[in-house]
Design a protein around this ligand. Structure first.
Ligand code: SF4
Length: 404
């Protein structure tokens, strides 16, 4: 898969790179920290907003490395106000989607990987939990049949800076409300481990104390099963969470749902998950998209329970959302029966609470085209910022994200 297709921006730089840039430009060393402070605390939208630097230094820095902030094209908020989907334009015009999910009571999102038992929160805290779901690619080549992004095809990898700029954009939006980003999940458009180098670089930038400074345990990377990527990630010395999209205990059925999976992917993923846990001490969660009539029966739950019994894991059951693939949502009875089989087998299990499906911001629904017609660049500036939706209306069919 191709590497970054666009030039590096300031948000691609690790602190050492910023130190080196400042030295190359003959600027005093302290300008590096001023620049980082501005980038990660002021969230500038343009070079002029890098006010901590004198004009001359600002011009020298941005001439060498552009700021390249994400530009908001469209914003849609769910009926309850807790989920916001952003259509963002990258510097070269590429469109991607980013989702903000908020939990006003400060509690974890039931079923969101990495969150339920990480960093137990003070029950007295009423601060909202604000999780940003970032995209790592424009489109996706993995082709999961129930995922709208998968139906778009692959456009290109995003750079680390483009991944970071999504978080910065949301952080600025939250700052205006006196809030901040508390968690990041790499579950937006694309397969993060198919864009391995940029994904890991983004994690390092987002968690470095001189940059965005988020705790590593507040980040979860989701994969549909890039085995080599999981193995590499285990050796990075990071404490991020890992979520693996399993979707079936049966090899043939999994291949039908994830056409790019290998014929032995179920066993390979279980082995990789165990190695990841051994290397990092971080429990791996398994995502399981429940597709009506495909993999949602108790007969499928039983072999899954056998497969996972004794493995330190958590299973997130995700009733699939309506997407372009025409797959059906599972019945509530099937979801509950499936969950019961896993629980009876002693497997930690959660049914993910759906957030944002009416604005197509839920899992498996992210896409930046409509009816396969990518929005033309000259149409973008004409797109309005969508007002908050009124009562739920019937949706035409598909829309945005991912690794369920
Ligand atoms: S579920 Fe994830 S890996 Fe599969 S097509 Fe969608 S974005 Fe790609």
């Amino acid at each position: 898969m191709s590497g970054p297709a666009v030039p590096r921006s300031l948000y691609d730089l690790l602190p050492g790179d910023v130190d080196a840039l400042v030295a190359e430009l003959g600027l005093p060393k302290f300008r590096a920290n001023q620049l980082l402070q501005a980038l990660y605390h002021e969230f500038p939208a343009s070079p002029e907003e890098l006010r901590q630097l004198p004009a001359e230094a600002r011009a020298a820095v941005t001439a060498r490395c552009p700021l390249a902030s994400a530009t908001e094209v469209r914003r849609v908020t769910s009926d309850d106000g807790n989920t916001t989907k952003l259509l963002l334009r990258m510097a070269d015009g590429t469109l991607i989607e980013t989702v903000l999910m908020q939990y006003p009571d400060g509690q974890a999102h039931p079923g969101l990987p990495g969150e339920p038992d990480d960093e137990p929160r003070n029950p007295a805290s009423r601060r909202p939990r604000s999780t940003v779901c970032v995209s790592t690619q424009a489109g996706c080549a993995m082709g999961c049949v129930f995922c709208a992004t998968g139906q778009m095809g692959f456009e290109r990898n995003l750079t680390a800076g483009e991944i970071v700029s999504q978080v910065i954009h949301v952080a600025k939006f939250l700052k205006s409300r006196g809030e901040h980003v508390t968690n990041i999940v790499f579950m937006g458009m694309g397969e993060p481990l198919a864009n391995y180098t940029e994904t890991v670089r983004a994690v390092r930038i987002l968690t470095d104390p001189r940059c965005f400074g988020l705790g590593q345990r507040h980040i979860t990377i989701s994969t549909v099963g890039v085995i080599r990527g999981i193995e590499r990630l285990a050796e990075e010395g990071l404490q991020v969470g890992l979520a693996i999209s399993l979707h079936s205990p049966d090899e043939a059925l999994r291949q039908r749902l994830v056409p790019t999976a290998s014929p032995h992917s179920v066993q390979e993923l279980l082995t990789a998950a165990k190695r990841f846990f051994k290397a990092t001490g971080r429990r791996v969660s398994f995502e399981y998209a429940l597709v009506g009539g495909e993999n949602d029966s108790p007969e499928t739950a039983r072999p899954l329970a056998s497969l996972l019994r004794g493995t330190p894991t958590h299973v997130n059951l995700i009733p699939v959302n309506p997407t372009a693939g025409g797959f059906q949502r599972p019945s509530r009875a099937n979801v509950l029966a499936f969950e019961a089989v896993l629980r009876e087998a002693g497997i930690n299990c959660t049914v993910r609470v759906e957030k944002g499906s009416e604005i197509s911001a839920a899992c498996g629904q992210l896409r930046t085209d409509e009816g396969n017609a990518i929005i033309a660049p000259d149409e973008i500036s004409a797109l309005p910022v969508a007002p908050r939706r009124g009562p739920r209306q019937a949706q035409p069919s598909p829309a945005p994200s991912q690794h369920q």
